[in-house]
Design a protein around this ligand. Structure first.
Ligand SMILES: [Zn+2]
Length: 405
């Protein structure tokens, strides 16, 4: 891209918190950033030579952020087997396809929390250098885990403090954007601790956080158990993934332990939580406990916990185009539509440490734009009607609707 581009629309949502500009325009600089925002007519007059993308009946808003995905997992019934079988080239293709599916669905930034052999980071670098088109990727590389622990097969096993420090340093050298730690057990790994139990002590998690801070990285902690969430909070992680509040087996009757004291700790520490359980929630059987799940989400909000949007796509039949489904769950739990939009834009950007460059349309920010038919502030399902997605000012069309003239 080597010229100015003016994107105009029926309305422009500058951010989930800012005012909406009816008949608005966003000027995109040759560097791929937002130059100016304002009324389309006025900007058209001031920049008559800018290339134009006009969407008179659509809404332009900041591109969405999916804070928890696994590009390398195939969302099959046994993603682990598929991943372990996969040759590097096959895995590269899987990762690229999933990234494209997310982009098609309006996601301009994703955080990948389970890389193998640095292949996700490889795609990230190809996208950054414009060798290929895709969303911005924040990659944790292989998650740190205990020996034989949850997702050990990704290559992140650490047996003691020295191994933790060495792994974090190596990840930083290899270009990790953050550190992910499997603080608790997981369902996908039979050799790991049960899902509600911790794999690391509070002391070990403190070593993870200290080592990450030393190289300027944030820490995302996988934690389903209430106890695990408590020690993650005390250790000072930045985000808690899943946050299921489990205290025992997940077969019926499920053992939940939503602890007010831990919720207060999380809120006071400013830790963002990324609950991922949502896929196809409208069709859950009664035994899945939708009402209880909604009540726990609302309870977290009531405690002032910041919640961000992440789907765990790639795992447990979680597909790569279902962020809007998750957002609908949050609306059902009681958040307003602007608040829900913020969970996938401004609030997520802040939780990921990128609030100064993505999540809103403001001069100097990345020109990551989503164009959808309809008004997502009136009905979140409008976010499914993607007309065009721009990352760093580069237009991408899931279907051939818009045109540069
Ligand atoms: Zn995950």
């Amino acid at each position: 891209m080597n010229e100015l581009l003016l994107v105009t629309a029926g309305q422009v949502i500058l951010s989930a918190q800012d005012a909406v500009v009816p008949g608005g325009g966003v000027l995109v600089t040759p560097e791929g950033t937002v130059g100016e925002v304002g009324p389309a007519a006025e900007m058209g007059a001031r920049f008559p030579h800018a290339a134009r993308l006009d969407f008179p009946t659509s809404t332009v808003l900041p591109g969405l952020i999916n804070a928890h995905v696994h590009l390398a997992f195939d969302a099959s019934t046994d993603p682990v087997a598929a991943l372990r079988r996969g040759d590097p080239d096959g895995l590269r293709a899987t990762i690229a396809t999933h990234a494209r599916e997310l982009l098609d669905a309006g996601v301009t930034t994703l955080r990948d929390l389970g890389d193998r052999d640095g292949l996700v980071a490889e795609l990230r670098d190809d996208i950054t250098s414009s060798a290929t088109v895709g969303p911005r990727i924040l990659s944790s590389l292989a998650p740190l885990t205990s020996v034989g622990g949850h997702c050990w097969f990704l290559g992140g096993e650490v047996g003691d403090d020295a191994a933790i420090r060495a792994m974090v340093a190596r990840h930083a050298e290899r270009g990790a954007d953050l550190i992910k730690v499997m603080a608790g057990g997981g369902r996908m790994t039979p050799s790991a601790a049960p899902v509600w139990e911790s794999q690391f002590t509070r002391g070990q998690l403190e070593v993870v956080v200290a080592a990450a801070r030393e190289v300027g990285l944030r820490v995302a902690a996988h934690a389903h158990g209430a106890d695990t969430m408590a020690i993650c909070t005390q250790a000072g992680v930045d985000t808690i993934e899943h946050a299921s509040w489990l205290s025992g087996p997940t077969v019926e009757p499920r053992c939940y332990d939503p602890r007010d004291d831990v919720a207060e700790l999380i809120a006071n520490a400013g830790i963002s939580v990324c609950p991922t359980r949502a896929r196809n929630w409208r069709n859950w059987p009664p035994s899945a406990g939708l009402e209880d799940h909604l009540a726990r989400l609302a309870w977290m909000a009531g405690h002032g916990i910041t919640v961000i949007a992440g789907t765990d796509a790639g795992v447990g039949a979680g597909l790569f185009d279902d962020l809007v489904d998750l957002l609908g769950l949050y609306e059902a739990a009681g958040w307003s539509r602007p608040e829900v939009l913020a969970m996938a834009t401004t609030v997520a950007a802040a939780a990921l440490g990128c609030a100064d460059r993505i999540g809103r349309l403001r001069p100097g920010f990345a020109a990551d734009l989503l164009v959808v038919a309809g008004d997502p502030l009136a009905d979140l399902r409008a976010l499914r009607e993607v007309r065009c997605v721009l990352t760093g000012g580069r237009p991408h069309y899931p279907s051939p609707v818009g045109q540069i003239r």
